[in-house]
Design a protein around this ligand. Structure first.
Ligand SMILES: *[C@@H]1O[C@H](CO)[C@@H](O)[C@H](O)[C@H]1NC(C)=O
Ligand SMILES: *[C@@H]1O[C@H](CO)[C@@H](O)[C@H](O)[C@H]1NC(C)=O
Ligand SMILES: *[C@@H]1O[C@H](CO)[C@@H](O)[C@H](O)[C@H]1NC(C)=O
Ligand SMILES: *[C@@H]1O[C@H](CO)[C@@H](O)[C@H](O)[C@H]1NC(C)=O
Ligand SMILES: *[C@@H]1O[C@H](CO)[C@@H](O)[C@H](O)[C@H]1NC(C)=O
Ligand SMILES: *[C@@H]1O[C@H](CO)[C@@H](O)[C@H](O)[C@H]1NC(C)=O
Ligand SMILES: *[C@@H]1O[C@H](CO)[C@@H](O)[C@H](O)[C@H]1NC(C)=O
Ligand SMILES: *[C@@H]1O[C@H](CO)[C@@H](O)[C@H](O)[C@H]1NC(C)=O
Ligand SMILES: *[C@@H]1O[C@H](CO)[C@@H](O)[C@H](O)[C@H]1NC(C)=O
Ligand SMILES: *[C@@H]1O[C@H](CO)[C@@H](O)[C@H](O)[C@H]1NC(C)=O
Length: 369
């Protein structure tokens, strides 16, 4: 049954690719997507770490950078729970970008059960994902009728832009790649741009529900989501990929973001395709700042080009699969460090909340103004 589904998808993929004549459609052949159905799924989160109450880091976590000058760039200091003593390699990032990142400190939000519903929905698409993104937006309109939906244009056609601008509750934005290093634009599928889009929107709205074009909402009951969001200080994932962070993270990234690699073998990587994040003080100092600096540093975020993962048959979780998941690796390493490798703190069980469909669907009717 599973095999048949996968075969159907492969065939669909080729048909779609041939039909559209676009090489760029990588849609649903994500290695981790396949891994999800084949991996043995024996990822127990291990915490040999002090109890969480001792672990909240805030400004103290960046005190090493208090007297930072241009000659003394930022370096990641792992939070206490990560049980790592060394600092990461310096990020070679321009002053302009560093200032932009630091500007998030002027926009902190307090997160509690009352304020948790103050988020906006955010998505983005290039032209080859436009059709796919339609139902993402339509499902958001359907389940969150009053919410702002911010839609970033990563290279839409003119007629697509015209459509987006007519969608109800949708705020159309372009992303200024010119401001950023070239590797953000080079291969859009590495999703390096995602951190900066989220940053922009967090500055304006404080909370962001990021949905890849492939995400469709299936419910607006966020009771549980908010509980997890508050308990995790403001960043949750929704979907385990069934493979470990270790297997699909290039070791060069750990030079910048030190971690206990032995525990990353036991920590499930979560899909970067759907993230609820708030600009809280703790999340900024422990995750957002470093996610952004890493994203701006090519050697950290794109140490190797995209390659297919070669998952080991014998020990898929403990063996590096010779591939890298770029922005997804980065944010997973940071969040797991912050929470002592205990994914159950930051992973909302997806019980009928969302589905992932990496192709155009027609479950909802898009609402226009
Ligand atoms: C999961 O790990 C446990 C303990 O290491 C082992 O006994 C069990 O066989 C594993 N399960 C699978 C499905 O690999
Ligand atoms: C952590 O909490 C558990 C139960 O709450 C307790 O048994 C354990 O001693 C604590 N560990 C440390 C290192 O404080
Ligand atoms: C966080 O930082 C503030 C200001 O430096 C300090 O007052 C507060 O006690 C810190 N909180 C924790 C949990 O360490
Ligand atoms: C920063 O500089 C001030 C003044 O020179 C000094 O007192 C302080 O200890 C320095 N802080 C750090 C973390 O180096
Ligand atoms: C840092 O980046 C600048 C500009 O991209 C580059 O000229 C310089 O060589 C880099 N320095 C290091 C140590 O990589
Ligand atoms: C997207 O949908 C439009 C019709 O709504 C169709 O003309 C176009 O070929 C589709 N593009 C892709 C890449 O599927
Ligand atoms: C981004 O890449 C595309 C295609 O590779 C190119 O057409 C465009 O000019 C680039 N934009 C910037 C700002 O570099
Ligand atoms: C919403 O979710 C909560 C927690 O999962 C559940 O207890 C509650 O019954 C749900 N409410 C509705 C109206 O479905
Ligand atoms: C995949 O890894 C195995 C060892 O785990 C190796 O024998 C094989 O050559 C690798 N395949 C590719 C395509 O790199
Ligand atoms: C991980 O976090 C969950 C949720 O807070 C907690 O119930 C559990 O005890 C933690 N696991 C370990 C091994 O500490």
């Amino acid at each position: 049954m599973k095999l048949r589904r996968r075969l159907t998808m492969v065939i669909l993929f080729f048909l779609l690719a041939v039909w559209s004549g676009k090489r760029e459609i990588v849609a649903f052949l994500e290695p981790e997507y396949l891994a999800e159905e084949t991996a043995p799924g024996n990822l127990t989160s291990v915490v040999n770490a002090p109890n969480r109450t001792t672990a909240i880091n805030n400004d103290s976590n960046t005190e090493v950078n208090v007297n930072r000058t241009e000659r003394e760039p930022y370096r990641y200091k792992p939070p206490q729970l990560a049980q790592v003593k060394e600092l990461g390699k310096p990020f070679n990032v321009s002053e302009e970008i560093t200032e932009e990142v630091n500007d998030l400190t002027n926009h902190f939000v307090e997160l509690n059960h009352r304020t948790a519903s103050k988020f906006v929905i955010l998505t983005a698409a290039s032209r080859n994902h436009f059709n796919e993104s339609r139902d993402c937006v339509a499902s958001a309109q359907f389940y969150f009728p009053g919410k702002v939906i911010v839609y970033y244009d990563l290279g839409l056609t003119e007629s697509q832009v015209e459509k987006v601008q007519k969608w109800k509750n949708v705020e159309y934005k372009t992303f200024n790649f010119d401001k950023y290093p070239e590797h953000l634009n080079r291969s859009l599928h590495t999703c390096v741009w995602k951190a900066f889009i989220i940053m922009d929107v967090l500055k304006r709205y404080g909370g962001v529900f990021w949905m890849d074009a492939s995400i469709r909402l299936q419910s607006n009951n966020f009771t549980k989501v908010f509980r997890y969001a508050v308990a995790s200080d403001g960043l949750v994932f929704f979907r385990s990929t069934g493979i470990s962070n270790y297997a699909v993270t290039h070791p060069t990234m750990y030079e910048f973001l030190p971690t206990l690699q032995s525990l990353q073998k036991k920590t499930a990587m979560h899909c970067g395709c759907i993230i609820l994040v708030y600009n809280t003080r703790s999340i900024f100092h422990n995750v957002l700042r470093w996610w952004l600096l890493c994203a701006a540093e090519e050697k950290c975020i794109v140490p190797i080009p995209r390659t297919a993962c070669n998952l080991s048959k014998e020990s898929p979780m403990e063996t590096f699969a010779n591939c890298h998941r770029f922005e997804q690796s980065c944010v997973n390493v940071l969040v797991s460090n912050y929470h002592g490798y205990n994914a159950s703190i930051y992973s909302v069980p997806n019980q009928g909340l969302i589905s992932v469909e990496r192709w155009p669907t027609n479950h909802f009717k898009i609402q226009t103004v």
